[in-house]
Design a protein. Structure first.
Ligand code: CAA
Length: 228
């Protein structure tokens, strides 16, 4: 099990020692710091621990945006799909969204502001042969978000989903070249894979104050491959 530790004031002094101690003990560490960019940069370069800047004293700075982006594929036709391949994908792509959102939800409710943005997939909308596990998890992410959006609305928290189509990432480039070129790209009306930045811009919009009236929504960004 991966253990994640967030260490506030974690790039200098006692905090730095705590970050390093936790890292050595097997934790994945995120170090928070408030002001000293130079020290934080040096700390990250020396330790490999990422440092994130905000002041814990600044109430407004605690307003949280959570982007559930982590996801994996274990593609196989259903008759060959193993229980392990099923479980790995459900654990990461669906339960992972619960695991990350649940601990942050109380703070968002207290602060009366929050943004939960989950990256689902075109294949959670339309299904994809060879991806029963992935399609089930990604469809689950949409149901999760629609239900949670109703709970968060009165508390100023929006919960939305982005469904990217086939984007030029390592995950998509790992598909067999023949399958990608002959079966998948021809199904994309714009005639190309999407770019990661085209998804990032959707996230930036949903995270903004301007998107406060949008909740429980699914943004489809797939080059016209599927109209949900
Ligand atoms: N619909 C119905 N049947 C299909 C099919 C489809 N779309 N694609 C393949 N089949 C059939 C084949 O015709 C073949 O049938 P026969 O045995 O009767 O000839 C059978 O299924 C096996 O096909 P393959 O030879 O392709 O099987 P394989 O075991 O070599 O490979 C696979 C299976 C790994 C799933 C491969 O087909 C594949 O990579 N498909 C693409 C899956 C895909 O789109 N993954 C997306 C990954 S990226 C991502 O997930 C990001 C995102 O969100 C979009």
């Amino acid at each position: 099990m991966t253990k994640v530790a967030l260490v506030t004031g974690g790039s200098r002094g006692i905090g730095a020692a705590i970050s390093i101690g936790l890292k050595n003990a097997g934790y994945t560490v995120a170090a928070n710091y408030a002001g000293n960019d130079e020290a934080a940069g040096k700390f990250s370069a020396q330790t490999g621990i990422k440092a994130y800047k905000w002041s814990v004293a600044d109430y407004d700075a605690c307003a949280a945006v959570l982007v559930n982006n982590a996801g994996i594929t274990r593609d196989a036709m259903f008759h060959k799909l193993t229980r392990e391949q099923w479980k790995e994908v459900i654990d990461t792509n669906l339960s992972g969204v619960f695991n990350m959102t649940h601990p942050l939800w109380g703070g968002m409710r207290d602060r009366k502001f929050g943004r939960v943005i989950t990256i689902s997939s075109i294949n959670g909308q339309k299904g994809q042969a060879g991806q029963v596990n992935y399609s089930a998890a990604k469809a689950g992410d949409i149901g999760f978000s629609k239900a949670l959006a109703q709970e968060g609305a009165r508390a100023g928290i929006t919960v939305n989903v982005i469904c990217p189509g086939y984007i030029a990432t390592e995950m998509v480039k790992a598909i067999d070249e023949k399958v990608l070129n002959e079966r998948i790209i021809p199904q994309i009306p714009v005639g190309r894979l999407g770019e990661p930045e085209e998804i990032a811009r959707c996230v930036v919009f949903l995270a903004s104050e301007d998107a406060g009236f949008i909740t429980g929504s699914t943004i489809t960004a797939n080059g016209g491959q599927y109209f949900a």
